[in-house]
Unconditional design. Structure first.
Length: 688
C-alpha cells in the first residue's frame, strides 16, 4: 500500500490496514458516524453522510418520534400510527395529497378522488365538469341513446343532453344552453378534470359496458420497440353507430380518448379522437375492409398489430382470483415499508400492487424451467449488481436449486431459501411469500409488470431470490447500490470474496468484510498485479468456475459513448486465449443484466468487422449477434475500461464435473454447445 495514501477522515497518511468506502480510504478508527462520531462497523449512508444505526433512524415528521418502522411520502418520514387518512381516519398503504382548499395532510384514494354527481361512484378515469356537476365517463353520455359524446360535444334537447344523432331525430332547433337565441352549436364542456391521483385497482378498471352490451376489445398498437401508439389500450362497447358497434377507449390509465367506429360512406372502420358522420373523417388509422367487427378486419400492421377480445376480463381483487388461499408473510408485509425501508434512500415508489407471481401473466408457473441467465431482467431499483450476480450464478443451475429448501410454487406460495447472513456469520432460512410489488395493470393488459426484477418466462426463482435478499437485508431499497460479492456470499456461503481494483497501471486486491455489508478491507500487504499478471489470475478463476462480475466505478449510473454503462454491474462469463492467424487473442465474454442493446461497441462487439477478418476466431467462439446483453471484448479494452472486478473464491463445480467443464473450455467445445443450446448454463448443467 502506498505510504502517501491519505485517510479521508483525518487526512493523515495510511501505513497499515484501512477501509475502502465508495472509493475513499479510512483508518478503521476514523470511519465514524458524521452525526454523533460513533465508530462504525456497518455504514449506512443517509442524506449523503455516514451514519450509525441510531442516527440513520428516521424521525416521524408528525409526532417527531424515532421510528423502528416507517415509510417515506413526498420526502417526509411517517410512522405507522401517524400514516392515516386525514379525511376518514383509515390506515394507509398508499397516500395522496389533496388540492382542495382547506384539506391538509395525507388522504386515501376515495377521499381525494372526485365522485360522480349522478351515480356517486369514485371516478378513477376522466372526470367531466358539466355545469355544476362532475360526471364519470359512464354518466357523461346521451340521455336518449346512452352513447358517449364524440369529442366531448353535446346538445340540449327537452331538458337533457343529446348527441348529434338524437338531436336531429325530431324537427326542432337545438339550443346552446348558455345562449338559447344563437344558431345550433354543440356545447363544449369545461376542460376535463384529472383526479389527483388516479390509482387503478388490482387488474382492472374503467367504464363498464351499458346493460346488455358486454363486449370489450383490446388494441395492440406498437410503433417500435420502445414506443406505443396513443390508441393502444382497451375499448368498451357503448351502443351502436351506423348500425355497427361503437367502441370507446377506457381512459382509466389517464391516456387519450379514442373511438372505433364504422363509417358507411367509406365502408371502413376508423380509429380516431372523435366519431365522424359527415363526408370528412378525422382519424388516426383505418381498416382495409368492412368486416362486421373491428377485430375481424385487416389493419395496417405499422399502425395496428392486433385487435382481439380478451379471453378473460380481470375486474377482480386478489382474493377473487384465489390469492386469499396463499401464504402471506406477516414479517415482510405488503406495504411501502417492505419497499422503502428506513435507513436507506427510498426507491421513489409511492404505491404498489402486490400480485402473486403465478398471476403475473397467463400460463403455468413453476419455480424452475431450465434455469438460464436470460431468465431475469433488471427492474426499477438499482440492483443491477444482484441481477448480474444471479445471471452469473445461473450458469450453474444445480447451485440455484440448492438454495431453495421449500418450493411453494404448486402449493400455498410459501418459499424457504437458505442464505448466508453476514451478521450471524452463518447460513439461515429465509421465509417469503410469492406476492410481488407491481405496477398497476388494467383489464386490457396481457401481463402485470413487477417493479423490480422481471422474469423472461414463467419461472419464479429469480423473483423469489430477489425477495429473499430484500428481506434478509431489510427492504427492496436496501438492494440498491450493492456489489456482486454480497450476492455471491449470500448464495454460496463462501466468505472468501475479493475485489480487484485498478490502481494506475496495475491491480490491487481487497477482501469483503466478514462483518459488514458491501465493505472491502485493504491491508498494507494487499496483493498487487500487473495487467498481464492479472489476466492470468482472472483466467485461473474462470478455469476454476468461480463467479465473477465487473463494473466501471462511478457515483451514478451513466451510459457511455462506447455502449457500456458506468456505475453498473456486468457478469464476467469467460476469459480465453484464442488462436488466430495474427497470434493469440485474449478475449472476455460479458453479459449486461439489462438483456438489451446496451452492449460494447468497440473491437469484437456484435457484427464488428474483426469477426469477418478472423473467421477462425468466429468458428471457435460462435458469437450470437443479438441485442441480448451478451458481448465479447478484447482484454486490452476490458482492462482499460473496467476498474473493479468482483470474484467469489468458491468453485461452482467439483470433481469429475469440474474436470469435464475445464476440458470443454480448453478445447472450445463449450462455445459450440452454447451456440446449439443458446444457454451456456445448460452446457455446464451437464456437469453439475
Amino acid at each position: 500500500m502506498p505510504i502517501d495514501m491519505l485517510c479521508a477522515g483525518c487526512q493523515q497518511g495510511i501505513d497499515g490496514a484501512y477501509v475502502n468506502l465508495n472509493g475513499e480510504a479510512f483508518h478503521p478508527q476514523c470511519l465514524t458516524c458524521q452525526t454523533c462520531g460513533t465508530p462504525l462497523h456497518s455504514v449506512i449512508m443517509k442524506d449523503g453522510k455516514r451514519a450509525c444505526q441510531r442516527c440513520a433512524r428516521d424521525v416521524c415528521s408528525q409526532c417527531q418520534r424515532p421510528m423502528e418502522q416507517g415509510l417515506m411520502f413526498e420526502g417526509q418520514a411517517w410512522c405507522r400510527s401517524c400514516f392515516k387518512c386525514a379525511g376518514c381516519g383509515k390506515p394507509l398503504t398508499s397516500a395522496y395529497k389533496s388540492d382542495k382548499p382547506g384539506q391538509i395532510g395525507v388522504f386515501c384514494k376515495d377521499c381525494v378522488s372526485p365522485h360522480c354527481s349522478k351515480c356517486g361512484s369514485v371516478i378513477d378515469g376522466q372526470a367531466v365538469q358539466c355545469g355544476e356537476k362532475v360526471l364519470c365517463s359512464r354518466c357523461f353520455a346521451c340521455d336518449f341513446c346512452g352513447a358517449p359524446f364524440p369529442a366531448g360535444q353535446f346538445y340540449l334537447k327537452d331538458g337533457g343532453k343529446a348527441c348529434g344523432n338524437c338531436v336531429n331525430q325530431v324537427p326542432q332547433q337545438p339550443q346552446q344552453p348558455q345562449q338559447p337565441q344563437q344558431p345550433q352549436q354543440p356545447q363544449q364542456p369545461q376542460q376535463p378534470q384529472q383526479p389527483q391521483p388516479r390509482p387503478g385497482p388490482y387488474l382492472g378498471s374503467g367504464p363498464a359496458p351499458a346493460p346488455g352490451e358486454g363486449r370489450r376489445i383490446v388494441v395492440k398498437a406498437q410503433k417500435d420497440e420502445h414506443t406505443l401508439w396513443q390508441w393502444q389500450g382497451g375499448y368498451c362497447q357503448h351502443g351502436d353507430h351506423a348500425g355497427r358497434p361503437l367502441f370507446v377507449r377506457d381512459t382509466a390509465d389517464g391516456q387519450s380518448l379514442f373511438f372505433i367506429y364504422f363509417h358507411p360512406n367509406f365502408g371502413k372502420w376508423f380509429i380516431g379522437p372523435s366519431v365522424c358522420s359527415s363526408g370528412s373523417v378525422n382519424f388516426s388509422c383505418q381498416s382495409a375492409d368492412d368486416a362486421a367487427s373491428p377485430d375481424l378486419c385487416q389493419w395496417d400492421p405499422q399502425m395496428v398489430q392486433k385487435i382481439f377480445e380478451p379471453e378473460e376480463v380481470f375486474d377482480k381483487t386478489s382474493d377473487d382470483l384465489g390469492a386469499g388461499a396463499l401464504f402471506e408473510d406477516s414479517q415482510f408485509p405488503h406495504t411501502l415499508v417492505t419497499i422503502n425501508g428506513p435507513g436507506v434512500s427510498a426507491t421513489g415508489l409511492q404505491e404498489a400492487v402486490w400480485v402473486p407471481a403465478r398471476m403475473l401473466r397467463k400460463g403455468h408457473w413453476q419455480l424452475f424451467d431450465g434455469i438460464a441467465p436470460r431468465d431475469l431482467l433488471q427492474g426499477e431499483v438499482g440492483d443491477c449488481w444482484l441481477i448480474a450476480a444471479l445471471s452469473a450464478l445461473a450458469e450453474y443451475p444445480e447451485s440455484v436449486k440448492k438454495v431453495f429448501k421449500v418450493d411453494g410454487s404448486q402449493t400455498d406460495g410459501r418459499f424457504v431459501l437458505e442464505l448466508f447472513d453476514h451478521r450471524s456469520n452463518k447460513m439461515v432460512d429465509v421465509e417469503v411469500d410469492e406476492f410481488i410489488p407491481c405496477e398497476r395493470a388494467y383489464w386490457w393488459a396481457e401481463e402485470t409488470r413487477p417493479y423490480f426484477s422481471k422474469p423472461n418466462g414463467n419461472e419464479m426463482w429469480c423473483l423469489m431470490m430477489e425477495k429473499a435478499m430484500a428481506k434478509l437485508f431489510g427492504s427492496y431499497a436496501h438492494l440498491a447500490g450493492g456489489v456482486p460479492n454480497t450476492c455471491f456470499r449470500a448464495v454460496t456461503g463462501c466468505s472468501e470474496q475479493f475485489l480487484w481494483s485498478r490502481k494506475g497501471p496495475g491491480w490491487m486486491k481487497s477482501v469483503l468484510s466478514t462483518e459488514n455489508l458491501n465493505q472491502f478491507m485493504f491491508g498494507a500487504d494487499a496483493p498487487k498485479a500487473s495487467n498481464d499478471d492479472f489476466w492470468g489470475i482472472l483466467s485461473r478463476h474462470c478455469f476454476e468456475c468461480h463467479l465473477m462480475g465487473a463494473s466501471i466505478e462511478s457515483p451514478t449510473q451513466a451510459e457511455r459513448p462506447d455502449g457500456l454503462v458506468a456505475g453498473h454491474a456486468f457478469a464476467v462469463l469467460v476469459l480465453c486465449d484464442v488462436p488466430s492467424g495474427s497470434g493469440s487473442l485474449r478475449l472476455v465474454l460479458l453479459r449486461n443484466p439489462w438483456g438489451n442493446e446496451k452492449e460494447w461497441k468497440g473491437r469484437w462487439c456484435d457484427n464488428h468487422q474483426l469477426w469477418a477478418q478472423h473467421p477462425e476466431v468466429q468458428n471457435l467462439l460462435r458469437p450470437s449477434f443479438k441485442n441480448d446483453g451478451l458481448f465479447w471484448m478484447q482484454w486490452e479494452d476490458f482492462s482499460a475500461i473496467f476498474n473493479q472486478i468482483h470474484i467469489s473464491g468458491k468453485s461452482m463445480l467439483h470433481g469429475e464435473n469440474l474436470a469435464k467443464a475445464q476440458a470443454a473450455l480448453k478445447d472450445f467445445r463449450i462455445f459450440k454447445l452454447f451456440a446449439d443450446s443458446q444457454h451456456l448454463s445448460r452446457t455446464r448443467a451437464g456437469y453439475a
